[in-house]
Design a binder for this molecule. Structure first.
Ligand SMILES: C=C(OP(=O)(O)O)C(=O)O
Ligand SMILES: [Mg+2]
Length: 563
């Protein structure tokens, strides 16, 4: 919470996502170059075409250097894409086309545009991977133009000093290589608590506020104090006071790091605390946290930049890199491809759907393309065999018992444990019957909230509805957890709800057996559970379920745990 001494300053409000205080200058990420800067640049006022070409070469050097630096800091697919882009920006054919256009009397910006368009046409006509590069070329054009007119490149630049990144919103691909050492906090104008910005911020373990109206109007460099617990952004605070508050917060957060696991309530009931991971490097770093395995490996995040489906062999290598760090340490739950809707994967997503969130996404992609799922399962089985790590497999977006049965058969045929996610109300309502055909359930509260409340998880204006504390969502979780208790089978939560220490107590009180979250969120959750008895968790669950709305639920739970 901000103190009274600072409250006279201008404050913006948003939805709190990752708790913690941060203080630093705003690094405002703008998607488009300002038309005003382009107009001011005009024809560039160059003495001749050689001078214009020299300016082009200098811009090329800067843009290519940016890609190379990012490639070195990134890993896996992101490195490949960034290295390829660095090569493309230096392409001699592109430079030749720019020079030809300049010789024909065209100004520099028009020449860059004409040259890029010429190559876009060629690449597009080649189709497949080459057509993909057309998008990269357009990105390169924007970056070159930005450098020429003296603006920052669009996208998330690498801050050269610690900053608060302010953006409209962030896509998973935007954030390749974001460095938590220099990104002090994330503040976005759009997005709700389950948006990808929120997920990424948790993974990075940095304070985050989303849905912050007016933040894109803040001038670059404005000092801001971000409060990820209260959901506030204070502009131009008293610097000394802000630094004092941040230091106190860091101390409080450091105190949590003394919690070393394993997950238990105060009276010793085991609750498995697991990590959500995206690739080999995040699995490796998560294995250093006090977790007992991985509760959600989002496989689609490995393929966001891929035009073609990787071979079974290549997939097996990617999955093995995630399994390996947990060999002998715990199990890893691999989720099959959850492409579609907010996670577009070029080789799997259905184009042109009217309403993609309710369309062919997740397990539904296998309905008319069973080979896609079969090949992925083969690769997972291969990785499990090679590494010897205990591997469970689950499907996203399952709505019927028949879907669960068919999926479980395919997984068990490969000698692995099979489960399904509970992300659709129908799956929660049918939880007892789902558990007759699978070995475990995992509740995806992000989508379960979206589909229960009929509110887009990305919609800023509906953030009060896309809140997992909504009593209707909690009812469905309680039904699912009770079914698990009855069947004697594990029921976990792997949506963002698991990372909220107060809600985590309520989930355990309902009978949830594991909680999976970004590794950075594990200690606060573990420490809270360690100071709460199971009976208190049951009381907390009852209070949250009985509340009229999320705010009343939070207040009731806080009162119970404070007393
Ligand atoms: C874990 C979930 O899946 P994702 O956030 O990847 O859609 C969920 O929906 O809660
Ligand atoms: Mg989901």
């Amino acid at each position: 919470m901000l103190t009274d001494s600072l409250s006279s300053q201008a404050t913006l409000s948003g939805t709190p996502v990752v708790p913690g205080l941060a203080f630093g200058p705003a690094l405002v990420v703008r998607a488009e170059i300002s038309p005003e800067a382009v107009r001011r640049f005009g024809d560039g006022g160059f003495a001749d075409e050689d001078a214009a070409l020299a300016a082009y070469d200098a811009a090329v050097d800067t843009v290519a250097h940016g890609f190379t630096t990012k490639a070195q800091a990134a890993s896996g697919a992101a490195t490949e894409v960034l290295t390829a882009s660095a090569g493309l920006v230096r392409d001699k054919g592109l430079r030749g086309a720019v020079r030809k256009s300049l010789r024909g009397g065209q100004p520099l910006l028009e020449s860059v545009h004409a040259a890029v368009e010429q190559f876009v046409v060629v690449f597009t006509s080649m189709g497949g991977l080459m057509a993909e590069r057309a998008t990269d070329l357009r990105d390169i054009e924007r970056r070159l133009v930005a450098r020429l007119v003296g603006e920052a490149e669009p996208g998330v630049p690498d801050p050269d000093h610690p900053s608060v990144v302010v953006a409209e919103d962030l896509a998973p691909a935007d954030t390749a290589g974001l460095d938590p050492k220099v990104v002090l906090a994330l503040v976005t104008e759009r997005g709700g608590p389950t948006s990808h910005t929120a997920i990424i911020a948790r993974q990075l373990g940095i304070p985050c506020v989303v849905g912050t109206h007016g933040v894109m109007d803040v001038e670059a460099g404005t000092p801001m104090l971000v409060d990820g617990r209260a959901g506030t952004v204070l502009l131009n605070p008293d610097a000394a006071e802000a630094q004092r508050l941040v230091a106190a917060d860091l101390k409080a957060r450091a105190a949590l790091s003394s919690w070393i696991g394993p997950g238990r309530t105060a009276n010793g009931l085991p609750v498995k605390l697991l990590a959500n991971v995206a690739d080999g490097p995040s699995s490796l770093s998560s294995s250093e946290a006090p977790v007992e395995g991985v509760g959600l490996f989002r496989t689609e995040l490995c393929f966001l930049n891929r035009a073609e489906e990787p071979s079974v062999e290549e997939q097996a290598d990617i999955y093995a890199a995630v399994l390996e760090p947990f060999k002998g340490k715990g199990y890893v739950v691999v989720r099959t491809l959850d492409a579609g809707s907010d996670k577009p994967v070029a080789f799997a997503t259905h184009e042109g759907e009217e309403n993609p969130a309710l369309g062919v996404r997740g397990l539904r992609l296998s309905f008319d393309n069973p080979g896609l799922l079969e090949r992925q399962l083969d690769a997972i089985a291969l990785a499990a065999e090679r590494t010897g790590t205990e591997t469970w497999v689950m499907a996203p977006m399952v709505a019927t018992v028949a879907e669960a049965r068919e999926f479980a058969d395919s997984v068990r045929n490969r000698g692995l444990k099979a489960g399904v996610m509970v992300e659709v109300p129908s799956a929660a309502l049918l939880a007892p019957r789902m558990l007759e055909v699978v070995d475990f359930l995992s509740i995806g509260t992000n989508d379960l909230t979206q589909y229960t409340m009929a509110a887009d998880r990305m919609a800023t204006d509906l953030a009060h509805l896309t809140d997992p504390w909504q009593p209707a969502v909690l009812q469905l979780i309680a039904i699912t957890a009770e079914a698990g208790r009855h069947a004697g089978k594990p029921v976990g939560v792997c949506g963002e709800a698991a990372a909220d220490p107060l809600l985590a107590c309520a989930l355990v009180g309902m009978g949830v057996t594991s909680l999976s979250m970004a590794a950075a969120a594990v200690r606060p959750v573990g420490a809270r559970l360690a100071s709460t008895t199971f009976e208190q968790c049951e009381d907390v669950a009852e209070a949250a379920l009985g509340a009229d709305d999320p705010a009343a639920g939070r207040a009731a739970v806080l009162a119970l745990l404070a007393g």
